[in-house]
Design a protein around this ligand. Structure first.
Ligand code: UD1
Ligand code: CA
Length: 452
């Protein structure tokens, strides 16, 4: 049976109190709708339809590169009305799975069972919640068969006491869905066309309704407000942390790591507390990440150690390097094996050769640094003349004394030594000492002024 997925994403999400449409609110750094689209993709759907409306252009713009059919719901008249907007694009012989843009944690595995249960009749995904507040409640007859869903606002006290809730996710044959939706009215407290009313209609038609109860209720968490979003974030964090632990990564505290993207780890990686990984990050075997690191879109070679408080972005780091504490690697930094970048050092768009050390209080930008170079404390590559950037090239084995300014474009030859405190604006030859320093004087009989 072929599958069509309809994702409801037209609502404003008033309870978020935000200018950003709800389905664009980030969960683990990605819009809620992005998570749902990934899940739809994982199900192998033939076609995916997104019903959009509120913040339409913004929502479409955020997913320009995705292959989806957009269905406009100009006025948000309810979830049933929303599904109707997408239905003309769904072939009659498909099974339809309805997902919500604000239910992001549900897994494809669970949805597969909903889809199979919805191939002949209506299937709804439910969950038992200790606190069902805010959700529609599943109603069952005396024999336990599902015979309706009632929204909380329309429910009696007895109905509100029911703890089995509607996840909002359903599946059924496309051929039945259109007929049911055409019969849904808006006679309820909100005056909306509720998708949930098709349950009662299916029962009226003598079709049994299959309820699939989620074994882990967290998966069906709907996000309507910031509290629920924060809760989903912590659930997502736990999910990622558990997967890393299962893969053999040491997390000093699984509650204090955030992964907003994909983190790939080798063997025996150790990740300390309060660490944030963004985008695509790869850590080689035996990498140790110290506390309070933020690492985005970078690759760190085996045996590399990141000491506390480092920011690393779009960097390629070789094996057995040491970075930090308090170091910043900016985009296009490439460290060869055994490089050492120490405290309060910033590196940008530069290659640092094997075994080279830039240990203290230094800025290296637009530079090529050879192997076994020592860059002294407080050295600065003056790469910017106010209009253009220029390169600094430092040869193998060079020794740059402390407090040196290298005014680019400039080249320091292999094995050269640059005296401390020099401002080097002409290239320095290999294997020689170059320095630029005014003569030191001592003023005889000089007296310190005293206060009058
Ligand atoms: C809905 C269900 C409720 C269920 C809950 C689970 C209905 C009537 N209620 O309630 O039974 O327990 O989800 O999370 O279905 N949307 C549109 N167009 C609209 C209205 C909504 O696209 O006109 C979209 C929203 O953007 C959202 C989804 O549908 O992604 C659900 O809408 P929402 O208003 O959040 O419904 P709930 O009150 O949460
Ligand atoms: Ca909702």
């Amino acid at each position: 049976m072929k599958l069509s997925v309809i994702i409801l994403a037209a609502g404003q999400g008033k309870r978020m109190r935000s200018d950003l449409p709800k389905v664009l609110q980030p969960l683990a750094g990605r819009p809620l709708l992005g998570h749902v689209l990934d899940t739809a993709e994982a199900l192998g759907a033939t076609d995916v339809h997104v019903v959009y409306g509120h913040g339409g252009e913004q929502v479409q713009g955020a997913f320009r590169d995705r292959e989806v059919d957009w269905a406009l719901q100009a006025e948000q008249l309810g979830t049933g009305h929303a599904v109707q907007q997408a239905l003309p694009g769904v072939p009659d012989d498909h099974t339809v799975l309805i997902l919500c843009g604000d239910v992001p944690l549900v897994r494809a595995e669970l949805l597969k069972s909903v889809v199979s249960a919805g191939e002949q009749t209506l299937a709804v995904l439910t969950a038992e919640l200790p606190d069902p507040t805010g959700y529609g409640r599943i109603l069952r007859d005396g024999t336990g068969r599902v015979n309706g869903i009632v929204e909380e606002r329309d429910a009696t006290d007895d109905q509100r006491a029911v703890r089995e809730i509607n996840s909002g996710l359903m599946a059924c044959p496309a051929s039945l869905l259109g007929g049911w939706l055409g019969r849904v009215g808006a006679d309820n407290t909100q005056g909306e066309y509720y998708l949930t009313d098709i349950v009662g209609l299916a029962v009226t038609d003598g079709r049994p309704v299959n309820a699939i109860c989620a074994p882990v209720a967290d998966e069906v968490l709907g996000i309507n407000d910031r509290r629920q979003l924060a809760h989903a974030e912590s659930l997502f964090r736990a999910r990622v942390a558990n997967a890393l632990l299962d893969d053999g990564v040491t997390l000093v505290d699984p509650a204090r790591i955030d992964v907003r993207g994909e983190l790939i780890c080798g063997h025996d990686v150790v990740i300390d507390i309060n660490t944030l990984f963004i985008g695509a990050v790869e850590l080689g075997d035996g990498v140790v990440i110290g506390p309070n690191a933020v690492i985005r879109d970078s690759v760190l070679g085996a045996g590399t150690r990141v000491l506390p408080h480092c920011l690393i972005e779009e960097a390629t780091v070789g094996t057995d390097c040491e970075i930090g504490p308090y170091a910043r690697l900016r985009p296009a930094t490439v460290l060869a094996e055994r490089a050492k970048i120490g405290n309060f050092v910033e590196i940008k768009k530069s290659e640092i050769g094997p075994g080279s050390k830039v240990n203290h209080l230094t800025y290296v930008g637009d530079a090529t640094v050879g192997a076994a170079v020592n860059v002294g404390a407080g050295t600065i590559t003056c790469n910017y003349d106010g209009a253009n950037k220029h390169r600094t090239v430092i040869g193998d084995g060079a020794f740059i004394g402390s407090g040196v300014e290298l005014v680019a474009p400039v080249e320091v030859g292999a094995g050269a030594t640059i005296g401390a405190g020099s401002t080097i604006s002409k290239s320095a030859p290999s294997d020689q000492l170059t320095l630029e320093r005014s003569k030191q004087v001592t003023i005889k009989n000089w007296k310190r002024p005293v206060k009058e």
